[in-house]
Write a protein that binds this ligand. Structure first.
Ligand SMILES: [Fe+2]
Ligand SMILES: [Fe+2]
Length: 145
C-alpha cells in the first residue's frame, strides 16, 4: 500500500483506539477527548488537502460523497463536544459519533483507497505523503488556538 494510504490507515486505527478507550475508561476521558478533538478534524482536513484534492476531478461523485460524510462527522463532533462528560447523554452521543466515523472510515478503506491506487501515479502518491503530515500538523495547531 502506498505510504499516504498507510498514514491514513494508521490515523483510522488511532481514532478507533481512542473511541475504545473513551467508551471503556472513564478516568482518561477528559484527556482522550482533547486528543479526539485534535486528531479527527486534523485527519479530515489533511485528507481534503491531499487525496481528495487530487481525486476530485477524476472521480467527482465519490469525492463529493466523501466530503458529505466529512460534514456529517463534523456536525456530529460539534454536537458531541457540547455535551458535558458526566451527562447521561454523553455515552449515547459518543456511540453515535463513532458510528458515523466508522462508516466513513469503512468507505475510505474499502473504496477511496482503491480509487487512489487506480487513478493516481506512484509519484503523486509519494508527494502527497509529505503534504499530508504537514497539513495535519498545521490543522492541529489551528485547532489548539
Ligand atoms: Fe475521511
Ligand atoms: Fe480517513
Amino acid at each position: 500500500m502506498p505510504q499516504i494510504l498507510e498514514l491514513i490507515q494508521d490515523d483510522h486505527e488511532l481514532i478507533r483506539n481512542l473511541f475504545d478507550e473513551l467508551e471503556s475508561n472513564p478516568d482518561t476521558r477528559d484527556v482522550r477527548c482533547i486528543t479526539l478533538r485534535r486528531e479527527l478534524p486534523g485527519h479530515m482536513y489533511a485528507e481534503e488537502a491531499t487525496l481528495y484534492a487530487r481525486l476530485r476531478d477524476l472521480v467527482p461523485e465519490e469525492i463529493h460523497r466523501s466530503l458529505e460524510e466529512h460534514d456529517e462527522v463534523r456536525k456530529n463532533l460539534a454536537r458531541f463536544e457540547r455535551i458535558p462528560l458526566r451527562d447521561d447523554a454523553w455515552i449515547p452521543a459518543l456511540r453515535e459519533l463513532r458510528e458515523v466515523v466508522e462508516a466513513h472510515f469503512a468507505t475510505e478503506e474499502g473504496h477511496v483507497f482503491t480509487l487512489a491506487e487506480r487513478h493516481l501515479s506512484r509519484d503523486t502518491l509519494f508527494e502527497l505523503t509529505e503534504t499530508f503530515e504537514r497539513e495535519k500538523v498545521e490543522a492541529a495547531q489551528q485547532i489548539a488556538v
